[in-house]
Design a protein around this ligand. Sequence first.
Ligand code: SF4
Length: 442
Amino acid sequence: MAFSGLDIYKLLPKTNCRECGFATCLAFAMQLAKKAVSIDKCPYLSPEAKKVLESSSLPPIKLITIGTGEQKLEIGNESVMFRHEEKFHRPCGLGFVIDDSLTDSEIKDKLARIAKLSFERVGQKLDVNLVALKQVKDAKRFTEAVKLVSGLTTLPIGLISEDSTALKDALITLKDKRALIYRATKENFTQIAPLAKEFKATLVASAPDLNSLSTLTQELNKLGIEEIMLDTGNKTISEKIWDLTQIRRLALKKSNRSLGFPAITLINKADPYEEAMEAASYICKYSGIILLRNIEAWQTLALLTLRQNIYTDPQKPLQIEPKLYPIGATNDKSPVLITTNFSLSYFTVLGEVEASKVPTYILSVDTEGMSVLTAWAAEKFTPDKISDTVNKLGVKETVSHNRLIIPGYVAMMSGELEEKSGWQIIVGPKEASGIPSFLRNL
Ligand code: SF4
């Protein structure tokens, strides 16, 4: 729970000794409430007060790490219910379930298809995050399959099994790869928790309702398990959304530490369309990891695109570096198209220029990430700004002609821009879709 300045003051020694650098304990308390100073600055805090203050400054939803290296998955640490309040910080992980009952070659084929699920959109790389192996056969086959998977993927690995013998063998195979174990229930947690602790794995606590789930995480905490994810089992979409929302609300608004962990959802739908729709709901609210059965590029791209949108900062548009970008085999006679540094504008123009097959320069002007019309209305895309950018980014030194093409929506500035820049201004199409025919006929 976040404490007010007065709450904190009650826990301080109240001697006003000034050793923390503040004139009074109250002044220090006020700064502490704003998180502007650290509690270590006061050397006279009692151990009890220190413990209370330290726990109040912990994030309401714990940060969980699965896997190691560059592809490790970090989830949790969220601080708001709605992205417009601040932003969502850590994109939910998207993973795939593979059964150990498949043959080795079928497993290899699935892993090869998962490895291809990497996309680029508006300058960002979109990747999937996890492979989860499900035990269907005996412990021996499970361990064999885990060995096979861990040799062929660098993605973090999840182990879906409630058999502690099978899990132990699998965890020995994965050594210190920080796997995810699905799942501990009230019936088996005393056997599975020691494994999670020994192998530093994240443990999914699973119970059908929030009260039992809260009790289970407290039991796990008592056994020294801190890396926990939450699961409420197989339910309808509306029941699941209710659970996920209540978990988030109780952690953030009621400071319920026993539910202050990211949640995981397993979708078990044969139809990839139904599966995609369900996964989309959980991306929006509020799953930390979503595990799918189908491995389809169209489905994954749609979900990763949604995730990218949900997890961008709504107050900061995606931007690219303001620069003169050569597209294709440009030379000094290539046309120069002007747009803004709003990622979506740039990449839309880029796609159409590439489709035209006409080598072209795209000059992106720094408009603080605003699109053409918004930037023009906000006076960030003005003749002065464009002229400065043309000079600064060396357009004159790059091309031998004197023509610049501006978006059709800002045709009204062509006269003034021509005067200010000394370049001949050509008004391009209003919509990016008109660029290919415009360039070919230029
Ligand atoms: S060091 Fe501690 S006791 Fe001294 S003024 Fe600062 S808060 Fe108060």
